[in-house]
Ligand binder design. Structure first.
Ligand code: CA2
Length: 143
């Protein structure tokens, strides 16, 4: 079974509990279910979330051995973390960056992404459907 790593960064554990006007009503469990449904036969989705930058980096390192692709919503680390970018640069497979909200319609600091320097595709503003689109694309790319 080929694994797609679906990573969510800081505060995304609160999905569905706060700010539904921006992030919708779906929870992280709903995201995982959507992503699994979008997965082609022979693929599995492993969903992980952390509020800690170093934990996300460790999981990206592990993905070098265990995953064929990464879907990542780095949360606010998108806009600040060279360390997450450097970790993603060590991963050989496809990387897709997902944002639930349309970051380019929001504050200027959200228009900058370090992760986009590595991402093979960037999805923003599709709500949680963006995760499903990203997983489907990775399955197509590596299938
Ligand atoms: O739109 C996105 O997915 C973001 O990556 C979400 C980040 C934000 O800093 C980025 O600029 C865009 C914030 C995640 C916060 O998640 C929450 C979810 C529910 C309630 C409160 C926060």
């Amino acid at each position: 079974m080929k694994s797609v790593l679906l990573l969510n960064g800081p505060n995304l554990n609160l999905l569905g509990q706060r700010e539904p006007e921006i992030y919708g009503h779906e929870t992280l469990a709903d995201v995982e279910a959507l992503a699994r449904a979008a997965c082609a036969d022979g693929f599995d989705v492993v969903q992980k979330q952390s509020n800690w930058e170093g934990q996300l980096i460790d999981w990206i390192h592990e993905a070098r051995e265990n995953a064929v692709g990464i879907v990542i919503n780095p949360g606010a680390l998108t806009h600040t973390s060279v360390a997450v970018l450097d970790a993603l640069n060590t991963f050989a497979g496809p990387v897709i960056e997902v944002h639930i909200s349309q970051v380019h319609k929001r504050e200027a600091f959200r228009h900058v992404s370090y992760v986009s320097k590595r991402a093979d595709a960037v999805i923003a503003g599709l709500g949680v459907d963006g995760y499903a689109a990203a997983v489907a694309r990775i399955c197509k790319l590596v299938g």
